[in-house]
Write a protein that binds this ligand. Structure first.
Ligand code: SAH
Length: 359
């Protein structure tokens, strides 16, 4: 069997290991041993899995690869944000970002190599898409981060106990998670599993540009992941200009589906609103946003634009951002503003990959 035909061991659910062990004629407890070795003890090769016999390790290595993603580049920003450029087996490069804050590390992970949705201000979509990541490659980003955290004390929160791992996962890196739905949900289930990396569902946030079928599907899953929706504009006229996806799934339809999601799951949706100078950051825009979301049980997260090459938009100054925030506060909306971090490491989606490609 060539490496190409092997399955990535990182992308296998604990329940699947049970059936794999059965097929191989192994007792069920072997499945738990494998999960613990891979996802808790972060084995880098089958040889490290010493709870299994040499023979068994050999059999497993013939069928399942345990290749972590290659760390091509790490880049630390002055505020402690660590950006990693990772290489997949076929040479495709993806990004992941580690953001230490309040005694935890939040990791931002990618779901696709590039992105097909072409939001005007997002570097990930500027080169189009080459392919989806498989579940193993999505999980392996977190494994790479855990390994880095093991080696780098600066990334480990002071009060952390047990093996270092991110406290939160945000699916806000390169790609549109709902355009790669099955692999993303599978990977998140693996990351969430208590026998493995064990990241609580409420510490995992999926962000979508508004892919309605994905939101509907997620509503039926009975999972507790957090959902963010990139809104970025208070009306279709503006949203059409920066988000081509709005022509397919316009704001009214999107909000109706999000409201149905909340009714069905009891989970509140967070709307992301990237503020672009003189485009969507004025008092009328704030008032329109308030009117639009008044009937929704939701949160709003304001993000000052992180300027990218290839998009002429600018970041509004602090006074304007705070003014927008204040208008929403006064209307009793549940609103936060994301601190811009990692600016000196090109931490906005897809920027590191684009810059390396241009070097
Ligand atoms: N495709 C998904 C997830 C990836 S983008 C989505 O669209 O939600 C994650 C978030 O970062 C989105 O809200 C996106 O709009 C925002 N983002 C992308 N580029 C940005 C930039 N240059 N400045 C500020 N926010 C940006």
């Amino acid at each position: 069997m060539t490496d190409k035909a092997k399955r990535s061991a990182w992308g296998i659910l604990p329940a699947e290991w049970k059936s794999i062990c059965k097929e191989l004629g192994l007792p069920a407890y072997r499945a738990d041993q494998i999960t613990v070795a891979l996802h808790r003890n972060l084995a880098m090769s089958w040889d490290e899995v010493t709870t299994l016999s040499k023979d068994l390790r050999q059999r497993l290595s013939e069928n399942f690869t345990l290749d972590p993603l290659k760390i091509v580049r790490t880049h630390t920003s002055t505020d402690g944000v660590e950006k990693l450029l990772l290489e997949c087996c076929d040479g495709e490069k993806i990004e992941t970002v580690l953001i230490p804050s309040k005694g935890r590390v939040t990791q931002c992970i990618s779901t696709q190599c590039g992105c097909a949705f072409g939001c005007a201000f997002c570097a990930s979509g500027m080169g189009g898409i080459s392919r989806d990541l498989d579940a193993g490659e999505i999980v392996a980003q977190v494994v790479s981060a855990c390994q880095l955290m093991r080696e780098n004390e600066d990334l480990v929160p002071a009060k952390s106990t047990g093996a270092p791992r991110p406290g939160n996962i945000v699916v806000m890196g390169m790609g549109e998670p709902f355009a790669n739905y099955d692999n993303v949900i599978k990977a998140l289930k693996i990351l969430n599993d208590q026998r493995g990396i064990n990241i609580g569902a409420r510490h995992i946030t999926i962000s979508t540009c508004g892919v309605i079928p994905g939101i509907k599907k997620l509503a039926e899953e009975g999972l507790q992941f957090e959902l963010s929706v990139s809104l970025h504009a208070p009306n279709d006229h503006l949203r059409n200009q920066i988000m081509p996806v709005n022509k397919k799934w316009p704001i009214r339809e999107l909000l109706d589906v999000c409201n149905a999601y909340t009714a069905k799951t009891g989970r509140i949706v967070t709307y992301e609103y990237t503020m672009v100078k003189d485009f969507n950051d004025g008092t009328t825009h704030a008032n329109d946003l308030i009117k639009l979301l008044r009937q929704c049980h939701c949160k709003v997260n304001l993000i000052p634009l992180s300027p990218v090459e290839g998009y002429a938009g600018k970041r509004p100054d602090d006074r304007r951002c705070l003014g927008f925030l204040d208008s929403l506060h006064k209307a009793n909306m549940n609103v936060t503003m994301r601190k811009s971090r990692g600016k000196d490491v090109d931490a906005a989606c897809g920027q590191l990959r684009t810059n390396v490609a241009n070097e």
